[in-house]
Design a binder for this molecule. Structure first.
Ligand SMILES: Nc1ncnc2c1ncn2[C@@H]1O[C@H](COP(=O)(O)OP(=O)(O)O)[C@@H](O)[C@H]1O
Ligand SMILES: O=C(O)[C@H]1O[C@H](OP(=O)(O)O)[C@H](O)[C@@H](O)[C@@H]1O
Ligand SMILES: [Mg+2]
Length: 354
């Protein structure tokens, strides 16, 4: 639950790690993802006479020391910060809950509000900073408009979050949003029939205790993850058999990974993590994967750690099968190249595993 105090509503949403099977989530595949409590986005809603969106001084810059500084910022991080995500969240929320799509009898009151946000999620690093901001904003709106629980089916909410990013033309799949809603560790099956008939997959919370100690490695040179899927998506949609075969192999990794976790077969889990990255590299090619990301993965592998993307680039998740000493070597190898390394903290589950 968020914090509601005298009308002020505050909610947070955590970053996430696509652990196995990503990016097959956008291709009727399967993934296992976990909530990453190391980083989160926070959105605050305050009642006000009008509807207002407050820009973030860092993430929505509008003042620069020089033309060059401005160009460098936009070249590195794009033109957009999070305010557009807040605006799109409000529009999608309004359209969904006032259209009767969520069930009859919902009327949205006319009271105004001000939305503001903050985030410490490393920007555009494939940690789902975008949907964390969206989900935290939607949680504030659900509370402010007192949407009844029965109109907030937990397995419908990820698709609502995805609609917000699709509204902005951001390429994205569902896995980020599912684990940001469910928390903890979740196995997801984006079965074609389920997706086409119900616009959602089948989501199964798992025991986060099944995970071995994992490490997050990330770079400070982000890229706009929305761009990297475009070519592959087009080829997949056009029925490219090579791409479709590789993507179904990626989905299979999540299926096999689920039993490795249940059986605590961490040696096989390590091989699946490496296979996941190798398949992604085959699918997208080195130009899209990027030298910096390849360097992160290769440095981890050089000390014997298994390593793969957490999302579409900028951060990787690593597993050291030989324990602490190997983890120390991993930290040295990555930090000496200027990459940040942190032990993964798994975020709390809002939907408990059975
Ligand atoms: N840290 C951030 N601060 C502000 N906006 C962000 C941040 N991270 C992502 N966004 C917004 O989300 C959009 C898509 O970001 P994306 O590359 O998908 O990030 P991620 O990979 O973390 O999901 C960006 O164009 C920007 O509008
Ligand atoms: O490519 C991936 O693994 C993921 O890329 C996107 O996540 P992001 O954190 O924005 O990089 C996309 O939203 C996910 O659906 C993909 O699985
Ligand atoms: Mg994203």
């Amino acid at each position: 639950m968020g914090n509601e105090d005298g009308g002020r509503i505050e909610h947070r949403a955590y970053a996430r790690v696509g652990f196995l099977g990503n990016p097959s989530d956008a291709y009727f595949g399967k993934t296992i993802s976990f909530s990453l409590a190391n980083f989160h986005a926070t959105v605050v809603l305050e009642p006000s006479s009008t509807i207002r969106f407050l820009s973030h001084p860092v993430h929505d810059p509008s003042e620069f020391g020089s033309l060059q500084e401005m160009v460098d910022r936009f070249r590195g991080e794009g033109y957009y910060g999070g305010v557009r995500l807040l605006m799109a969240a409000c529009k999608v929320f309004h359209d969904f809950y006032s259209s009767g799509l969520a069930g009859e009898g919902i009327s949205l009151h006319n009271r105004g509000f001000t939305l503001l946000y903050d985030t410490n999620i490393p920007r555009q690093c494939g940690l789902s900073g975008s949907s964390a901001i969206v989900w935290a904003a939607l949680k504030c709106l659900l509370a402010y408009y007192e949407i009844p629980d029965q109109q907030q089916q937990v397995d419908d909410l990820p698709s609502l979050i995805l609609r917000v990013e699709e509204e902005l033309g951001i390429t994205a799949g569902l896995q980020d949003r599912v684990v940001q809603v469910y928390g903890g560790l979740v196995y997801m099956d984006f079965d074609k029939t389920s997706m086409e008939t119900k616009k959602k997959g089948i989501y199964t919370p798992m025991d986060p205790e099944l995970l071995p100690p994992l490490y997050l490695i990330y770079t400070k040179n982000p890229s706009d993850s929305g761009k990297v899927h475009s070519d592959v998506r087009k080829r997949w949609l056009s029925g490219d058999q090579h791409i479709r075969k590789l993507m179904s192999e990626v989905a299979e990794i999540a299926e096999k990974g689920r039993s490795c976790l249940v059986n605590r077969d961490y040696a096989s889990l390590a091989s699946l993590m490496d296979k996941n990255f190798d398949l992604r590299r085959q699918i997208f090619g080195d130009d899209v994967i990027g030298d910096v990301n390849i360097e992160m993965v290769e440095r981890a592998r050089r000390v014997g750690a298994a390593c793969k993307f957490t999302g579409s680039g900028g951060a990787v998740v690593a597993f050291c099968p030989n324990g602490q000493l190997q983890a120390r070597k991993l930290e040295e190898a990555c930090e000496s190249a200027g990459f940040a390394v942190e032990a993964c903290q798994i975020g709390p589950a809002s939907v408990k595993h059975v």
